[in-house]
Design a protein around this ligand. Structure first.
Ligand code: RIB
Length: 301
């Protein structure tokens, strides 16, 4: 029987504008193209994990609009367990406006909408999805109080909790020791530790700070340089395959979703990071976040 992965997090409707470059303050520029995608860090991670073969529950809250009304149906196409796709009839779904320049880099502004209404009481109502899971995967696009409540709940049920601290907020010191794994990118690692992650030595130092705070395992994602892993026993960096980058949006989400699938299949750390690198390198070679998440037969490792 597959180990269940429960993803708790955001759902957004992404409006993606392709531009040659980002505008300067006060400047108006013309986009080359506008596309709409299903997004949100939580949803992207859930879809990535499910497409790669994970058995996934997704706990989220959508709003009272076409995106929200179709969310359960859309997620079930990817075989996600949709029992806990909650809906708030008073607000609209989360929305993200994303600019992607011709180098594939992005700028994102999120209006949280219904994501802000995913409350600790909802987590209480979704306990079955936590109880049945082996791994819990969270990000920080829902209220911080809800994330804290979910971490406490899952910790008391002895679950392995993975936090992708995006977008980063300062974390309570007592949360770190409850985390099986934390997966910041370079910028987020710097915000959490105060150490600028500019080379492998500083990345290792940042990982040490997180380990000292009590996290069991640390992965710092380094964009086109790959991903760095450290725990008390081992340390390594796995470079990423070079690809023609179209859109980096959601690369970290695909990495996290894929990583959890590999861990749930009991791959070792090196195998799991290589699997996640492979998935995210495919993701950046396509447009969109969720839309670019690969299927299992596309993974090269
Ligand atoms: O990580 C990418 C995601 O960030 C986008 O899908 C957008 O919705 C924002 O949440």
């Amino acid at each position: 029987m597959k180990k269940i992965i429960t993803v708790i997090g955001s759902y957004n409707h992404d409006m993606v504008l392709q531009t040659t470059r980002f505008p300067n303050p006060g400047e108006t520029i013309t986009a080359k193209k506008l596309e709409m995608f299903s997004g949100g860090k939580g949803a992207n991670q859930a879809v990535a994990a499910a497409r790669l073969g994970g058995d996934v529950y997704f706990i989220t809250k959508v709003g009272n609009d076409a995106f929200g009304n179709n969310a359960s149906q859309n997620f079930s196409v990817d075989n996600i367990r949709t029992d806990y796709i909650l809906q708030d009839m008073e607000v609209s779904s989360g929305t993200a406006v994303i600019l992607v320049n011709q180098e594939g880099q992005n700028c994102i502004v999120v209006n949280p909408g219904a994501n802000n209404m995913l409350l600790p009481s909802d987590i209480e109502d979704c306990q079955k999805a936590i109880k049945e899971a082996s791994y819990i995967l969270m990000q920080l696009e829902i209220p911080y109080e809800t994330v804290k409540y979910a971490i406490e709940t899952a910790y008391h049920m002895n679950k392995k909790i993975v936090l992708n601290p995006a977008p980063t907020v300062p974390l309570d010191d007592n949360l770190y020791s409850k985390l099986f794994l934390i997966t910041p990118n370079q910028t987020e690692a710097e915000m959490l530790t105060g150490i600028a992650c500019v080379d492998q030595i500083s990345v290792a130092k940042a990982a040490d700070v997180l380990l000292q705070k009590g996290v069991k395992n640390v992965i710092i994602t380094l964009g086109e340089k790959g991903a760095y892993f450290k725990n008390k026993e081992e340390e390594f960096l796995i470079p990423i395959r070079e690809v023609d980058v179209k859109d980096t949006t959601g690369a970290g989400d695909i990495f996290n979703g894929a990583l959890l699938v590999a861990l749930a299949e009991e791959k070792n750390w090196k195998q799991a990071v290589a699997f996640a690198n492979s998935a995210s390198s495919i993701g950046v070679s396509r447009m969109g976040a969720q839309s670019s998440a690969p299927y299992r037969d596309e993974i090269l490792v």
